[in-house]
Design a binder for this molecule. Structure first.
Ligand code: DC
Length: 212
């Protein structure tokens, strides 16, 4: 069973999903980390980031292991390497390709079937788990999202905003599994809200639906 938390980059999905999982005793699943692993492997192996078939083959061959915040790619710890700006940019590019998405979605569905999860991403409520009993779509204004991301990573805020807008455009505009809110998702605009307020609201929703 899964609580789905989707939304654009910097909307606070990771912090919220992690905290909600902690509060409810569920396991946190970061689906974006999986696309980041594909991107890192493609960069390291010199695979064309726009090459559909080769990326699909790569995605199917990788062993990605998510253990809390520790991410392993073919048994090597890559938790920090996958957060580098060049990997961030590449992850948005590789995630456009249907064969990559099919491989990742299949893995995510296998993981989710084995327990109680709070999963964050772009397509959890629409594609990975359309039957999720609670779907939350988190948003925040673009400047606020850039401010939060810059504070987290120490990058320049204007540069983060520019890169984020480019990434949002690609995530929302792609042909397959584009970023969008599921029809039955609860939309939560987190602009001006504290993390505790957002987490409290999601936990409340889970309790109202007897999930916790
Ligand atoms: O959530 P994140 O920033 O770590 O995600 C990195 C990229 O992966 C994002 O630009 C789009 C892609 N992604 C996706 O297509 N589907 C998901 N469920 C999660 C992430």
């Amino acid at each position: 069973m899964v609580i789905a938390i989707d939304g654009p980059a910097g909307a606070g999905k990771s912090s919220v999903a992690r905290a909600v999982a902690g509060a409810l005793g569920f396991t946190y699943l970061d689906s974006g980390a999986m696309y980041r692993c594909v991107a890192l492997a493609a960069i390291e192996r010199g695979i064309d980031l726009d090459g559909d078939a080769a990326l699909g083959e790569l995605a199917r061959s990788l062993e990605i292991d998510l253990d809390g915040d520790c991410v392993r790619l073919d048994a090597r710890e890559v938790s920090e390497a996958i957060r580098e700006p060049r990997v961030t940019e590449a992850s948005s590019r590789v995630s456009i390709h249907p064969p990559v998405r099919e491989a990742m979605v299949a893995q995510q569905q296998r993981i989710i079937a084995a327990g109680r999860f709070v999963a964050e991403g772009r397509d959890i409520g629409t594609v990975v788990s359309p039957e999720a009993p609670l779907k939350v779509f988190l948003t925040a204004s673009a400047p606020e999202r850039a401010r939060r991301r810059a504070a987290q990573t120490g990058e320049d805020e204007a540069a983060v905003l520019a890169a984020q807008l480019e990434r949002d455009e690609r995530d929302e505009g792609r042909e397959h599994s584009a970023l969008r809110s599921a029809d039955d998702a609860v939309e939560l605009d987190t602009t001006g809200l504290s993390l505790d307020e957002v987490v409290g609201r999601v936990v409340e929703l889970a309790q109202e639906r007897n999930l916790a």
